[in-house]
Design a protein around this ligand. Structure first.
Ligand SMILES: NS(=O)(=O)c1cc(F)cc(F)c1
Ligand SMILES: [Zn+2]
Length: 227
């Protein structure tokens, strides 16, 4: 069945982002640790896509992959990007117990085990896996400063996470994403974050914010990898 890009009779909508109500998240002992293997040499370029900037990767082979966790296939790294707000008070897309964060990193992967391309994968309910990392204001983050060369430092040890079935948070909002939201935020300084708001879109207007409003959780269950 193809994915829904809006609520239709056949399927309850599974839109993103959502408010993660941690007390309602259910511990699932079958959830395995994430397996993240990134080769920084697969990074290609930074491109301004109008509403944000994407750091793109060479996804012509499985050199940078995500598997395990809630996933039953291996997913190939495609790009990462950020969402932010007009001030440090909000900007993240996901919200934790009603708490917004100043920004959110999305590391986008597509199911290269089952599909032949990113574009094809977005048409299927198990097509993408996006790691969401919340950013909080704190010390300047050297990794963010050089995130391209240090992507593998973003992965790492036993990270605990929430996971749920959702969608792209920008048009066409395809319901093709298994979301894996890390429970530990990383820091970014207010000055580093200010650089994001200096980006301009195709009309040379500053991109002051680019986060989508919260979407209804409907009947979905958020699972947690830890008690
Ligand atoms: N923001 S998001 O991670 O859901 C996303 C990822 C993507 F590859 C394409 C999109 F349009 C949106
Ligand atoms: Zn995103």
């Amino acid at each position: 069945m193809g994915v829904c890009t809006s609520s239709t009779a056949q399927c309850l909508p599974r839109q993103s982002p959502i408010d993660i109500q941690t007390r309602r998240a259910k511990y699932d002992s079958s959830l395995k640790p994430l397996f993240i293997q990134y080769d920084p040499n697969t990074s290609k370029r930074i491109i301004n896509v109008g509403h944000c900037f994407n750091v793109e990767f060479d996804d012509s082979s499985d050199r940078s992959v995500l598997s395990e966790g809630p996933l039953t296939s291996h997913y190939r790294l495609r790009q990462f990007h950020f969402h932010w707000g007009t001030s440090d008070r909000d900007g993240s897309e996901h919200v934790i117990d009603g708490q917004t964060y100043p920004a959110e990193l999305h590391i986008v992967h597509w199911n290269s085990q089952r599909y032949s391309s990113f574009e094809e994968a977005t048409k299927h309910s198990d097509g993408l896996a996006v790691i969401g990392v919340l950013l909080k204001i704190g010390e300047p983050n050297p990794v963010l400063q050089n995130i391209i060369d240090n992507l593998d430092k973003v992965k790492t040890k036993e990270r605990t996470y929430w996971t749920y079935l959702g969608s792209l948070t920008t048009s066409p909002y395809s319901e093709c994403v298994t979301w894996v939201l890390l429970q530990e935020a990383i820091t970014i300084s207010s000055e580093q974050l200010q650089h994001f708001r200096g980006l301009q879109n195709e009309d040379e207007e500053f991109i002051l914010e680019n986060h989508r409003p919260l979407q209804p959780i409907e009947k979905r269950l958020v699972k947690s990898s830890c008690k």
